[in-house]
Design a binder for this molecule. Sequence first.
Ligand SMILES: Cc1cc2nc3c(=O)[nH]c(=O)nc-3n(C[C@H](O)[C@H](O)[C@H](O)COP(=O)(O)O)c2cc1C
Length: 177
Amino acid sequence: MTKNIVTIGGSSSKNSINKILAEYAGELLKNAKLTKLDLNDFEMPLFSVDVEDEKGYSKGVLSLNEIFENTDGFIISLAEHNGAYSTAFKNAFDWLSRIEGKVWRNKPMLLLSTSPGIRGGKSVLEIALGKFPYMGANIVGSMSFPLFNENFKEGEIVNIELKEKLDVLVDKFEKAL
Ligand SMILES: Cc1cc2nc3c(=O)[nH]c(=O)nc-3n(C[C@H](O)[C@H](O)[C@H](O)COP(=O)(O)O)c2cc1C
């Protein structure tokens, strides 16, 4: 049966390399309907308990929460800003966690990160690997993808080792769905 998969780049950059990588990984699935999310499409204020008290949840938060509720799995690639989540991702994550603590609903997740640097966002990936399981993530595979601009060209992974590694993870993810 065709599965519904959400892809997310954990970034608000218009040309997010993480969005590109998450969508690329999604396209490798054999039988899936992809919902390619752009965090910019979900308006929400900067999280504060006071805004939450006074205004409740924005339409953007509610619709993102509903998408999470209805998907069969997640492919996420996290941008790394100063060794941690981007502000846009953390903000959405904080809002969502107030509606449902198990943000990831125990659904299969392929967790990626990339950056132009040699570590490929390893620090933010480690943070997420440590935290997401407590928030309902069923992480079936993870990978940091280094030197994005060297290893990904014209819509394709040009580093054979990295391509093979991602293929294995995508296959494992698809089997877990
Ligand atoms: C404020 C800021 C902090 C950054 N910190 C890191 C970092 O800690 N590690 C890293 O590998 N890249 C860092 N970068 C570079 C990002 O990896 C790069 O901008 C990347 O394109 C972000 O992913 P995105 O294109 O999906 O937004 C930083 C960029 C910005 C703007």
